[in-house]
Design a protein around this ligand. Structure first.
Ligand SMILES: [Mg+2]
Ligand SMILES: [Zn+2]
Length: 214
């Protein structure tokens, strides 16, 4: 039988937003992250991390470094009794400086590629699953995949204060720690449109919304 999952954005949601990270450190996780993941596991959810790592395409970190960081993160969680089913990331960016990774990719959020791959591989029921992140692209990736979505206020979350459609989530999930309660309430988000977004972010945050009407 298909299982429900929580797909977690990495930077600014699960761990502190620190730009490109080439080495793991224990204080990278938000203090509430491990207890929250344990709670979500106890609720029966599979846990996945899905992350845009365009820093690879920009030549700021290597895939070997990212993979090592993810192994350390997985081990840190396992040591605290939290089983992470998997971490997937997209190393691509259409304007990257590393030719090998310079391209459009359906795995790059707001694309739903990573979520769909994981759902197929692990027999996940996307309609009963959640995508949580600090950026509208996380919400849009979740919606494209057919999950429920949650926007947190940590990381880049504050940059979305002017996004009118954000309010329902911000009120209920100022951090990841609020997610189990939000899920328990089975609150579902109202429809959003890409055109409503007004990202002021740095970090390669895309503003080409006109091409992606929803
Ligand atoms: Mg993020
Ligand atoms: Zn990719």
């Amino acid at each position: 039988m298909s299982r429900a999952a929580v797909f977690l954005d990495r930077d600014g949601t699960l761990v502190d937003e620190r730009g490109p990270v080439a080495a793991f450190s224990a204080d990278w996780l938000y203090p509430y992250s491990i207890p929250t993941l344990a709670r979500l596991r106890a609720m029966g959810f599979l846990l996945f991390v899905v992350s845009n790592q365009a820093a690879v395409a920009r030549g700021l970190v290597t895939v070997d470094q990212v993979d090592a960081v993810h192994r350390a993160l997985t081990n840190q969680l396992a040591a605290r009794g939290v089983h992470l089913q998997g971490i997937r990331y997209c190393p691509h960016h259409p304007r990257g400086s590393v030719p090998e990774y310079r391209r459009d990719c359906a795995g790059r959020k707001p694309g739903a590629g990573l979520l769909r791959e994981l759902a197929e591989q692990f027999d996940v029921d996307l309609r009963r699953s959640w995508m949580v992140g600090d950026h509208a692209t996380d919400v849009l990736a979740g919606r494209a995949a057919g999950t429920r979505t949650c926007l947190v206020g940590t990381g880049h979350g504050s940059e979305w204060a002017a996004w009118a459609q954000r309010r329902p989530w911000l009120a209920r999930a100022s951090t990841l720690a609020d997610l189990p309660r939000l899920i328990a309430q089975k609150t579902s988000p109202s429809p959003i449109r890409w055109q409503d977004m007004g990202c002021k972010g740095s970090n390669g945050c895309q503003r080409d919304g006109s091409k992606r009407g929803m």
